[in-house]
Design a protein. Structure first.
Length: 331
């Protein structure tokens, strides 16, 4: 092949690549430039279109939409919105559609479906009770999840390293572990005098079982040759557990911690709704009893934010400790 033909082929490849990049760039620009105006249009509809009923915080909600829209316009003009632009546009259109359908036209049955300004009014007027419920939920979750996870790691290491522990503990885990902790809630409330302690015990069970099983799996997967080499060099059993078995099982332990955290979230809500007289689950139960559905949706939003934040923190810790695997499991 001649030099001229090679040059032409190379230039043709560059031309096709640039033609592919240009539509993508134009689409990104389109998302960025339309995200802010979508929020501004939603603010205009909220401000100028009369409400179909006497809803609170309409003016505050319009100001909220206006501020977000102006910020997005500024970010789009400076090219900083980028990959978040599609979501910003969809959220702006979604808020505008929700406002139009419910606050202006009342197309959905009340009180089951509130308006955006109803939700905003809850955060403006009842933020103290929501914050107090969030603190109680976090304390209750920590009291069950952290001890359960620690106990699960200890049990998993013992199962992986000791035949006697496997003989006695494995049948118990097979009987109790697969049971949903919710099914044990009535028994726990009878046996344990405090409903708070009962909820924490069941959350510990919900977190401890997956952590124990996956820790055991990680320890069992360690090559026995590592133990043999360490023993040859005079290592004691403590060194084998803390310096070989535990680091090798760490990736599996974090998978168990993720699973246990999700199970603890579910147990947390059930415990607060049925027995523990505090927390976001109790707040939701109270709101439903008084048909205060905007309060219930606000509690759901706070709970979702809490769960997402805790899961993100756990992933950050995992990525820091397991830097060679940070591109594997994502959240």
């Amino acid at each position: 092949m001649s030099h001229t033909q090679t040059t032409r082929g190379h230039s043709a490849t560059l031309t096709s690549s640039s033609e592919t990049i240009k539509p993508r760039f134009r689409l990104t620009q389109l998302w960025s430039w339309t995200a802010g105006p979508a929020w501004l249009l939603a603010a205009l509809v909220t401000w100028k279109w009369p409400d179909a009923d006497d809803f609170p915080a309409t003016q505050q909600f319009a100001i909220f939409l206006l501020v977000i829209g102006l910020v997005l316009v500024a970010l789009g003009a400076t090219g900083r919105l980028k990959d978040r632009a599609p979501w910003a546009l969809v959220l702006g259109v979604g808020f505008g559609a929700w406002e139009l359908v419910q606050a202006k036209l009342l197309l959905l049955p009340r009180p089951f479906f509130g308006t955006p300004q109803d939700l905003l009014d809850v955060f403006l007027t009842d933020w103290k009770r929501l914050g107090d419920s969030l603190v109680h939920s976090l304390l209750l979750l920590a009291g069950g999840y952290i001890p359960g996870s620690i106990l699960g790691i200890i049990v998993g290491l013992s199962l992986g390293r000791s035949h006697h522990v496997r003989y006695w503990v494995r049948p118990v885990m097979r009987v109790i572990g697969p049971l949903p902790p919710v099914a044990l809630l009535p028994l726990a409330f009878v046996v344990i005098p405090s409903t708070r302690w009962a909820g924490e015990a069941l959350m510990a069970l919900a977190a401890g079982f997956p952590v124990a099983v996956l820790t055991w799996s990680g320890v069992s997967a360690v090559d026995p040759a590592y133990y043999d080499v360490a023993r040859t060099m005079g290592a004691k059993n403590r060194f084998l557990v803390l310096r070989i078995a535990l680091p090798a099982a760490t990736p599996q332990i974090f998978v168990g911690l993720f699973m246990g955290l999700g199970a603890s979230f579910a147990m947390l809500v059930v415990a607060e709704m049925l027995g523990v007289k505090s927390g976001l689950g109790f707040y939701m139960q109270w709101a439903q009893g008084w048909a205060a559905y905007p309060n219930m949706y606000a509690a759901l939003f706070v709970m979702s934010l809490m769960c997402t934040t805790l899961m993100t923190v756990l992933f950050k810790i995992r990525d820091h400790l397991l830097k060679w695997q940070k591109d594997g499991l994502k959240w």
